[in-house]
Design a protein around this ligand. Structure first.
Ligand code: NAP
Length: 293
C-alpha cells in the first residue's frame, strides 16, 4: 500500500510569511514522503474550534506560533515534560490518545548551545516571554547562571527562582551583565523588520568576547548582531534556532532525522522565493499566503 499523505500545518496569526512550509515541504520531499504543510491563520477565539477541525480533517501534526504557544496548553490532552515546565508548546502531534504537545524551541536551542565552546558560564537573556523561557530552562539545566533583562516587570515575576533579573532600562546593571556574559540571547522581537533597532540601548557596548545570539531572523543580520560582530563577538543568527526547532518537529511527526543545515538551506530558499513573488506581484497583490484546510 502507498504510504498515506502526511497532513501538517502551522497555526498562528500572522502566518503568511512563515518559512515553515518551505522547510517542511522540502523535508517531506527529501525523505520521499508525500504530504503537505499548510498555513492556517487562526485568531485566539478560533483556536479550540480549529483544533477540532484539524483533527476531523485528519491532520497528523502542526506547529503553533504567536499568539497561541501558551494558550493552547489547556486544550491538549497530553503535553511532554519540557513543554509543561516552560508553559509553551510549538509542536503538536496526533497520537492514539489525541493531540500531544511538545516544545522544540527548547530542544533546538539545546543543540545550538551544545555546539558552543563555552559549556556554562554567565548568560544574559533579553526578554521573558515564551522563547526566553525555553532558553532559560535549557541554560539553567546545563549549569549556566542566567540573568534576564526585560522591559516590563509582569513577566519577571513568574521566572525560575534562581535567576537574576533586571529592567532593560537599568543601563548600569545592563552594562555590567553584558560585561560578564559569555552568552547574550535576544528573545524579544526587537529588530524584526527594522534594520536600525536593537534590544540593547545605544549606550551599551560589548566589551568582551561573548557569543551573541538573536532569535529574530528577518533581517538575518540584525542591528544587535552587526554591533556584536563589530565588537569582535561571535554571532549566531535566528535561522540557527529556526532550523533546529524545525528538524526536531519534523522528527516528531515522521520519525525521520535530517540535519539542521538542510532546514536552514530550505528556509533561505523559501525566503528567496517569497521575495521573488513579492517583486513579481507587489506586496499587496501577492497570492494569498494563507490556506483553507
Ligand atoms: P512573547 O512571548 O510575546 O515575548 C516577547 C518578549 O519580548 C517579552 O518579554 C516582551 O516584554 C519583550 N518585548 C516585546 N516588545 C518589546 C519591545 N519593543 N522592547 C523590549 N522588549 C519587548 O514572544 P516569544 O514567543 O517569546 O518570541 C520572541 C521573539 O523570538 C519573536 O520575535 C519570535 O519570532 C522569536 N522566536 C524565534 C524563534 C526561532 O526559531 N528563531 C523561535 C521562537 C521565537 P514585556 O514583558 O515587557 O512585554
Amino acid at each position: 500500500l502507498p504510504s498515506p499523505e502526511l497532513r501538517l500545518a502551522i497555526v498562528g496569526d500572522p502566518v503568511s510569511h512563515s518559512l515553515s512550509p518551505a522547510m517542511h515541504e522540502a523535508a517531506l520531499h527529501e525523505c520521499g514522503l508525500s504530504g503537505s504543510y499548510k498555513r492556517v491563520r487562526t485568531k485566539p477565539r478560533q483556536l479550540a474550534g480549529m483544533l477540532d477541525q484539524l483533527r476531523r480533517k485528519g491532520y497528523d501534526g502542526f506547529n503553533v506560533t504567536i499568539p497561541h504557544k501558551e494558550s493552547i496548553l489547556p486544550m491538549l490532552p497530553t503535553i511532554d515534560e519540557p513543554a509543561q515546565r516552560i508553559r509553551a508548546v510549538n509542536t503538536v502531534r496526533l497520537t492514539d490518545a489525541g493531540y500531544r504537545g511538545y516544545n522544540t524551541d527548547s530542544s533546538g536551542f539545546e543543540r545550538v548551545i551544545e555546539a558552543l565552546d563555552h559549556k556554562s558560564g554567565p548568560a544574559l537573556i533579553l526578554g521573558a516571554g515564551g522563547a526566553a523561557r525555553a532558553c532559560i530552562d535549557v541554560l539553567m539545566r546545563s549549569g549556566w547562571s542566567v540573568t534576564i533583562a526585560n522591559r516590563g516587570s509582569e513577566r519577571l515575576r513568574s521566572l525560575p527562582a534562581n535567576t537574576a533579573s533586571m529592567d532593560l532600562s537599568d543601563l548600569r546593571a545592563l552594562q555590567q551583565a553584558v560585561n560578564i556574559a559569555d552568552l547574550v540571547v535576544n528573545a524579544t522581537p526587537v529588530g524584526l523588520n527594522h534594520l536600525e533597532e536593537s534590544p540593547l540601548p545605544d549606550r551599551i557596548v560589548f566589551g568582551r568576547d561573548a557569543v551573541v545570539m538573536d532569535l529574530v531572523y528577518v533581517p538575518l543580520e540584525t542591528r544587535l548582531l552587526a554591533d556584536a560582530a563589530r565588537a569582535g563577538c561571535r554571532v549566531i543568527d535566528g535561522l540557527a534556532l529556526l532550523a533546529a526547532q524545525a528538524a526536531d518537529s519534523f522528527e516528531i511527526w515522521t520519525d525521520k532525522r535530517l540535519p539542521d543545515e538542510f532546514f536552514r538551506q530550505a528556509a533561505v530558499e523559501g525566503e528567496l522565493l517569497t521575495r521573488a513573488r513579492t517583486f513579481q506581484y507587489g506586496q499587496f497583490g501577492m497570492p494569498a499566503g494563507e490556506e483553507v484546510i
